[in-house]
Design a protein around this ligand. Structure first.
Ligand code: AMP
Length: 354
C-alpha cells in the first residue's frame, strides 16, 4: 500500500523536480556538474570560506551556507522541501558519525545499511573475504611482525599518519613517537604489499543489474610520491619518514588483459554484499576497490570504499572505459545522476534511495 502510494507520487512529477545536493568538498564539482549535464538543478552545501570553487565553476544553482558541515542536519527541512537527493562522498563520513548519517531524513542515494560494513576495517575484511578476494595479512600483535607492515589509523583521513615498520621494535618506537604527540587513535597492522597501487572505480546499477568499470587512478601522496626524487643516501641522511597524506590523483589505464579479473572482482563484491545484512539488498552505485598489483599480477585488495572516490574527479569528460560504452562524456558523477533519472522515469526511485 505504502509502496504503491510512493510510486504514484514519483510518477506524477517530472524527474527534474528533484534536486541533486551534496557537501561542497571531495567530489562535489564532479557530482554537481554531472547532475546538471543530466538536467537536474543542484545544491552545494558549503562551509563558510570554502564556497569559492562552487561559485567559480558554476556547478551549483544554489549554495546553502553552513558554519560547519555538521549543520547540514539543521537544513533538513529545507532540503526536504526542495525535494533534494543527497549524494554522499568521503566528507560525509568525516563530518558525521554513522548513526547520524543513518538518521538523516533527506533522500540519500545509496544503501545506508552497507555503511557499517565499510566503516569498520575488520567488517570490510569479512566482506572482501566472502567475495573471495586476496587481502594483505593482518597482524594481531606487533610481536607477530615478520616482514614489512603498514600501520593504519581508523577513519577516512586520507592516509594521514600511516607509517611503515619491519620489526616489533621499530613499530613500538614509531608508535611511541606518535603517542607523545597525542596523535594516537585505533589502528591496524597490515602486511605491506610491494607492487603497483591501482584504485578501481566501479558503478553497479540495480536497475540493469550490471557492473560497470568506470576508470582507474593512483594517488599522489605527500611525501611518499616525492621521496624517489631524493637519492637513497640523502634519504638516509635526512632521516626521512614516509607519510601518505593525499594531495591529488593521477590517471591510469590498465594493461587490458587485467580487465576480466577486474570485472570478476567487482561482481564478486556486489554479490557478497547481498549476504551481509541478510536482506539481499546489497551495494549499488559507485564504489572502489583499492588494490596493489604484485609482479605476478595478483590483485591484493586493501580497502573498499562503498561510495564515489575522489580519483573519479579525473574523468569529468569520461574515461577510456566509459567512452566506448556511452559514446558521450560520462563521469561517475554524471552516471549517478543518470541512474537517478532512469529510476524516476521507470518508477523505481525508492529502490535506490534511503
Ligand atoms: P589508504 O589510505 O588505506 O588508501 O592507503 C594509503 C596509501 O598506502 C596508499 O598509497 C596505498 O597504496 C598504500 N597502502 C595501503 N595499504 C597498503 C598495503 N597493504 N600494502 C602496500 N601499500 C599500501
Amino acid at each position: 500500500m505504502g509502496a504503491n502510494k510512493s510510486k504514484k507520487s514519483e510518477n506524477s512529477i517530472p524527474y527534474n523536480s528533484y534536486k541533486i545536493a551534496t557537501l561542497g568538498s571531495h567530489s562535489a564539482i564532479q557530482i554537481l556538474y554531472g547532475a546538471k549535464q543530466e538536467g537536474f538543478s543542484t545544491i552545494a552545501i558549503c562551509e563558510k570560506g570554502r564556497e569559492k570553487p562552487y561559485k567559480s565553476f558554476e556547478v551549483a544553482d544554489e549554495i546553502m551556507m553552513v558554519n560547519s558541515f555538521r549543520d547540514t542536519i539543521k537544513l533538513q527541512d529545507k532540503l526536504l522541501r526542495e525535494n533534494a537527493i543527497l549524494i554522499p562522498h568521503g566528507t560525509f563520513f568525516e563530518a558525521f558519525k554513522l548513526e547520524e548519517l543513518e538518521k538523516i531524513k533527506v533522500n540519500y542515494f545509496g544503501n545506508k545499511s552497507i555503511l557499517k560494513w565499510e566503516a569498520d576495517r575488520m567488517k570490510q575484511r569479512e566482506w572482501l573475504k566472502r567475495a573471495g578476494l586476496i587481502l594483505p595479512k593482518i597482524y594481531k600483535k606487533p610481536e607477530d611482525i615478520d616482514g614489512p607492515v603498514i600501520v593504519k589509523f581508523y577513519g577516512a583521513l586520507g592516509g594521514k599518519g600511516f607509517f611503515l615498520a619491519r620489526t616489533a621494535e621499530e613499530f613500538h618506537r614509531k608508535i611511541k613517537a606518535r603517542k607523545t604527540k597525542g596523535e594516537i587513535r585505533a589502528y591496524i597492522i597490515q602486511e605491506y604489499i610491494i607492487g603497483a597501487p591501482i584504485y578501481i572505480h566501479y558503478f553497479y546499477s540495480p536497475l540493469t543489474n550490471e557492473l560497470e568499470v568506470m576508470s582507474f587512478d593512483k594517488r599522489y601522496e605527500s611525501n611518499v610520491d616525492s621521496i624517489g626524487r631524493i637519492a637513497a643516501k640523502d634519504q638516509l641522511d635526512l632521516g626521512l619518514e614516509t607519510s601518505y597524506n593525499i594531495t591529488g590523483n593521477v590517471p591510469i589505464v590498465v594493461r587490458e588483459s587485467l580487465l576480466p579479473e577486474i570485472f570478476r572482482m567487482g561482481e564478486a563484491v556486489v554479490k557478497a554484499s547481498r549476504t551481509l545484512n541478510g536482506d539481499n539488498k546489497g551495494l549499488y552505485g559507485p564504489f572502489s576497490l583499492e588494490t596493489v598489483v604484485t609482479p605476478d599480477l595478483k590483485f591484493y585488495v586493501f580497502e573498499i570504499s562503498a561510495r564515489i572516490v575522489a580519483g573519479t574527479n579525473l574523468y569529468m569528460e569520461g574515461s577510456p572505459y566509459t567512452m566506448p560504452r556511452y559514446n558521450e562524456p560520462m563521469s561517475t558523477g554524471r552516471r549517478i545522476a543518470r541512474e537517478i533519472k532512469n529510476a524516476i522515469t521507470r518508477n523505481r526511485l525508492r529502490e535506490i534511495l534511503n
